[in-house]
Design a protein around this ligand. Structure first.
Ligand code: SAJ
Length: 433
């Protein structure tokens, strides 16, 4: 236990969300003295009682036997040799990166940087290339009247947590690390190697490390846009795009399957590309291809509503005054996170056509208008499956729709048994099939 007391074994994790909390628990388990700091009093109050603010089995388990000190006060920072920032970096409505959380945390940290102890500050939040060198480091230097590389060290290790993933977690996901200088890189690489089982890859500088995360998530956004555009095209060609993708996926190399859907949500994929698009624009380059991909993905909610209108029209109904049930508010299956969820864009589009919208998501009950699947579809003439929760796939049967006189099912995640619904006389509309 003596190990936990000294400065070099003490670390602070700032921001106790789905990134910071697992990291704090892991570092504690690996023998560090960990101070978990968050400004959300309710969240810290729960954590102090060993309760997880996030609905995650591993976190609930880990909290039962952790010795992390959960605080709202930043003072603990002065006892720590490593300070890790894990706060959200969304984009503003105009798609400009929003560094407000990062700056407010760095302002607090700056109050407690102890010059002659040369602490290492690690930024895990996703930022575009250039943010560390051009914004965060100068900000801290000005706030605390210190010099990076002399009074404190700085590194960037982009987070890679995948919410809801049962296989990949904070312990076994490989990481990349960039440093302000060689000493920063060495210290940061040593730290991550001391807590992770996975590869820790040192990068050439901070910008390279920042670019890795943006590139990996933009890669995913572009690939989803590709299959979404195929869905728009194949809808007109009478080709089932999911069958074609499955066929292409039999190629054991040079192909990675992605699938079309009613939209791209979450706080990473639809957001991260704008970081690079914006920074490149400031430096004279316009990412036409990445911007086009974003435009395809953001058009999918509208396409989904067109499918609802098309299906109702085939029953001689109009959207105006017709009840439509939206199943799923979360941005992806088996999570309760609704950030950037396409469901809300579908709901807005439907309401603009004066449809009567009922919503239900068992993971997001507080925002659902209906409290059960049956209540949601009762009286609806069209149902949209916007999130592929397994409970919907298991409980939403053709018989249920026939009994409720539902005319149309729009399968926004292509996850239902199309043939079964067609056979039962339900007007099935998929996304590209
Ligand atoms: N989506 C599609 N088609 C696909 C895959 C996803 O429409 O083929 C949609 C989802 O429905 C969702 C959105 O895109 O609305 C994002 O889905 P996601 O599976 O990418 O989930 P995220 O946002 O949790 O992405 C995370 C990311 N992890 C990090 O940023 C650390 C991402 O890098 C991972 O690739 C992704 O998990 C993953 O692979 O699961």
């Amino acid at each position: 236990m003596a190990l936990k007391q000294n400065y070099y074994q003490s670390i602070a994790v700032i921001g106790l969300g789905y990134v910071g909390l697992p990291l704090a628990l892991l570092a504690d388990k690996k023998g560090y003295k960990v101070y978990g700091i968050d400004t959300d009093r309710d969240k810290v109050g729960l954590l102090k009682k060993g309760k997880s603010p996030i609905d995650d089995v591993d976190l609930k388990e880990g909290l039962k036997r952790t010795s992390v000190d959960f605080e709202t006060d930043y003072r603990a920072v002065e006892k720590c040799s490593i300070i890790i920032v894990c706060v959200p970096t969304p984009v503003h409505k105009n798609l400009i990166p929003n560094l407000d959380h990062v700056k407010s945390v760095c302002k607090e940290i700056s109050r407690f940087i102890v010059k002659n102890k040369k602490p290492l500050l690690i930024l895990e939040s996703t930022v575009n290339p250039g943010v560390s060198n051009e914004i965060v480091i100068p900000f801290i230097e000005k706030q605390a009247r210190v010099t990076c590389g002399q009074d404190f060290l700085f590194a960037h290790c982009p987070e890679r947590i995948n919410p809801g993933d049962k296989k990949w977690n904070v312990f076994n996901i490989p990481r990349v690390v960039g440093g302000y200088d060689d000493e920063s890189l060495k210290r940061a690489t040593e730290f991550y190697k001391s807590i992770l089982s996975a590869q820790v890859k040192p990068m050439g500088n901070l910008k390279e490390a920042e670019a890795v995360k943006i590139v990996e998530n933009s890669f995913r956004d572009i690939n989803i846009a590709f299959v979404n555009e195929l869905a728009l095209s194949f809808s007109r060609l009478g080709i089932d795009v999911t069958k074609v993708i499955d066929g292409a996926a039999t190629k054991p190399f040079s192909f990675m399957a992605h699938y079309p859907g009613c939209g791209v949500g979450g706080h990473c994929i639809p957001v991260d590309p704008y970081y690079l698009i914006e920074y490149a624009k400031q430096n004279g380059f316009y990412h036409d291809f990445m911007t086009r991909a974003r435009r395809v993905n953001t058009s999918m909610p509208h396409f989904t509503v067109e499918k609802v209108a098309e299906g109702l029209n085939e029953s001689r109904r109009v959207l105006n005054g017709t009840k439509v049930a939206i199943l799923g508010l979360a941005y992806k299956a088996e999570v309760d996170d609704t950030r950037e969820s396409p469901s809300y864009k579908i709901i807005d589009n439907l309401r603009k056509s004066n449809a009567l919208v009922e919503t239900y998501d068992p993971f997001v009950l507080k925002e659902s208008s209906a409290k059960s699947l049956k209540e949601a579809i009762n009286g609806a003439k069209a149902v949209v499956l916007a999130t592929g929760h397994s409970s919907f796939i298991n409980e939403l049967t053709p018989q249920m729709l026939v009994e409720n006189a539902v005319d149309v099912i729009v399968d926004g995640r292509n996850c239902l048994d199309k043939e079964a619904f067609v056979k039962a006389g339900i007007n099935y509309k998929g996304i590209g099939r």
